[in-house]
Write a protein that binds this ligand. Structure first.
Ligand code: PGA
Length: 240
């Protein structure tokens, strides 16, 4: 049976770790990845002793080790039980000037440390709305062309997040998601793809039914553990 991945990106929001894990205690969430801030990761791994969920990070250094003040290496993340890591998020590109070359290096460091990178790609709004889909495909494939240089495609997950859909309540249409993710799968041969951008209660059922979508990268809606539990339960039913 297909599994729909719920990758939860808490961003820089304050989340009560104990309350969150308490809400997830009744079942095994073998399709849920929780990506808190660096400071809280250990707390989550401690409370996740029976491995109900997977723990991820939101960023990693492109460097292996050494004089890089303020950075956290992939080796350090692996040591505390991190199994997934988001890289190249559009907010890092916008506010931290992360380049595609840096993202490519980050992906390499993660794979060297047996952490699965969740690689984010996505386009801005195009001047001609009738050409948005076409533009999106061109844009994300050119991003992936750089990011995936010398990378084993079997070791990564690709998340398509149109920038205009993130935190905007402006989710992409199913047709748009299908077109872009189909192109990504065809071009890269990647097995797992996620959709991200205002994914939540109003649209999760429809998105989960798109055949080329294997999961979601969720920001705002992931801050509510009850909602994650509800959505993942319902999607399991839909897949039965
Ligand atoms: P959102 O964020 O679900 O709040 O739109 C998604 C993301 O940025 O990963």
């Amino acid at each position: 049976m297909k599994k729909f991945i719920f990758a939860c990106n808490f961003k820089m929001n304050v989340v009560d770790v104990e309350k969150y894990m308490e809400a997830m205690k009744d079942e095994n969430y073998d399709n849920v990845i929780i990506c808190p801030n660096f400071c809280d990761i250990r707390e989550y791994t401690k409370l996740n002793k029976s491995n109900k969920v997977f723990i991820g990070a939101q960023n990693v250094s492109e460097f292996e080790k050494g004089a890089h003040t303020g950075e956290v290496s992939a080796e350090m993340l692996a040591k505390i039980g991190v199994q997934f890591c988001i890289v190249g998020h559009s907010e890092r590109k916008k506010y931290n000037t992360e380049t595609l070359i840096q993202t490519n290096e980050k992906v390499k460091r993660l794979i060297e440390n047996n952490i699965t990178p969740i690689i984010c790609v996505g386009e801005e709004l195009y001047s001609d709305p009738t050409k948005q889909e076409e533009y999106a495909v061109r844009y994300v494939l050119s991003e992936l062309n750089e990011i995936l240089k010398d990378i084993d495609i079997n070791k990564v997950i690709i998340a398509y997040e149109p920038i205009w859909a993130i935190g905007s309540n402006n989710v992409a249409s199913s047709q748009h998601i299908k077109t872009v993710l189909s192109a990504i799968k065809k071009y890269t041969n990647v097995e797992f793809t996620l959709y991200g951008g205002s994914f939540g209660e109003k649209n999760y059922e429809e998105i989960a039914m798109i055949d080329v979508v294997d999961g979601a990268l969720i920001g705002g809606a992931s801050l509510k553990p009850e909602l994650i539990c509800k959505m993942q339960k319902r999607v399991k039913e839909l897949y039965e």
